[in-house]
Design a protein around this ligand. Structure first.
Ligand code: SF4
Ligand code: SF4
Length: 281
C-alpha cells in the first residue's frame, strides 16, 4: 500500500482527474499540500464546542454517521486533509478583477470543486480497497448547513478548520485559511480507520500567519472586497453572502458559464497571502 500522500499527488497529477473544465488540458489546481491529524486531537473538540456542539462533528461522530454499526474510538482514526492551490493562470486572471470574478476563477469554483469531490471519493476508495473503512464527511447525506451562535453560517464539518488541525495553515482576517501555498485554495478531507503520524502544527495561534493579526498591518483583503464585507473586525458573512447571491452568482450565469455559481474570492488574490505564507521568513 503506497502512502496516502503519494496516492493524492499521483491522482492529482493525472490530467483527466484534475482539469479546469471537462476535456481541457489545463489543470484546475496546482500540486496539493497534504496534512494528517489524529482523530483524537483535542483541537477537534475545541472547534466543535466553539462552532456549535449541537451540530458540528468530531471525527468519530462523522465516522459513526458513515458507519453506524461500527464502534470506533477517536484514537483509531486519522483525518487526511489536503489543500488544492489555485493555478498561477487562475490567480493572475483573478488579480485583474475588481468587482466580478474572472472566468478562470468561476471555472475553478465550479469544475474545480468537482475535482475536489472526486478526490474525496478516490481517497475513500483507496482506503476501502485496502480493507480500511473511510468516509468523506462533506459527502455524507447527514452533512448539513447550520447556523453557529458565534459565527453565523456554518456546517457539520469544515474543511478549513480540519486543515488547520492537520497542520496546513492558520486563519486570516477574511476567514480564509492561509497555507504554505497561500489563501487562494480549496480544501478537502477524509477520515479513515487507520493510525497515521500526525503532521506537526508549526503555529501556536489560529491566526498566526495573518499580517493583520500579528502586526496590525496589511488589510489588503479588506481593500479587495467590493462588498465591504471585511473590516478590522473580521469577515461579515452576511454581507459576503449577499454580494455573491445578488451580484456575482447571477453574473456567472448571465456572462460566464450559463448557470449560477457562488464565485467571488476577490479577497483571495492580489494580497500578500495569495500564494504564500507571508509570516514565513
Ligand atoms: S491579506 Fe493581509 S490582512 Fe488579509 S488575510 Fe492576508 S495577511 Fe491577513
Ligand atoms: S468572497 Fe467576495 S464578497 Fe466575500 S469577502 Fe471575499 S471579496 Fe468580499
Amino acid at each position: 500500500m503506497k502512502s496516502i500522500e503519494s496516492f493524492i499527488y499521483q491522482w492529482m497529477s493525472e490530467r483527466g482527474n484534475n482539469c479546469i473544465e471537462p476535456g481541457s488540458d489545463k489543470p484546475a489546481f496546482d500540486q496539493p499540500l497534504v496534512g494528517i491529524a489524529a482523530g483524537s486531537d483535542r483541537l477537534f473538540d475545541f472547534i466543535k464546542n466553539d462552532i456549535g456542539s449541537d451540530f458540528y462533528w468530531s471525527p468519530s461522530e462523522a465516522f459513526a454517521a458513515a458507519f453506524p454499526d461500527t464502534r470506533t474510538r477517536p484514537e483509531q482514526l486519522s483525518v487526511i486533509s489536503w489543500i488544492l492551490p489555485q493555478t498561477e493562470e487562475t490567480r493572475l486572471a483573478h488579480r485583474k478583477q475588481k468587482t466580478m470574478p474572472s472566468i478562470e476563477w468561476s471555472k475553478a469554483r465550479h469544475f474545480g470543486e468537482m475535482v475536489n469531490e472526486n478526490l474525496r471519493r478516490a481517497v475513500v476508495e483507496y482506503f476501502m480497497q485496502n480493507g480500511i473503512k473511510a468516509c468523506a464527511p462533506t459527502l455524507l447525506p447527514q452533512w448539513q448547513r447550520n447556523i453557529s451562535k458565534s459565527y453565523g453560517f456554518a456546517s457539520s464539518w469544515s474543511e478549513r478548520h480540519t486543515a488547520h488541525v492537520a497542520g496546513l495553515g492558520t486563519f486570516g482576517l477574511s476567514d480564509g485559511l492561509i497555507t504554505a501555498a497561500g489563501k487562494a485554495i480549496r480544501a478537502g478531507s477524509v477520515i479513515a480507520s487507520i493510525k497515521l503520524s500526525p503532521t506537526p502544527r508549526e503555529y501556536t495561534r489560529h491566526t498566526q500567519w495573518c499580517l493583520f493579526y500579528t502586526s496590525g498591518s496589511c488589510l489588503a483583503c479588506a481593500r479587495r472586497c467590493p462588498a465591504g464585507a471585511i473590516t478590522k473586525d473580521g469577515h461579515d458573512k452576511e454581507k459576503c453572502k449577499e454580494y455573491i447571491r445578488q451580484t456575482t452568482r447571477p453574473y456567472v450565469e448571465q456572462k460566464q458559464l450559463g448557470w449560477p455559481v457562488n464565485s467571488c474570492g476577490l479577497c483571495q488574490t492580489k494580497i500578500p497571502c495569495e500564494n504564500r505564507n507571508p509570516y514565513a521568513k
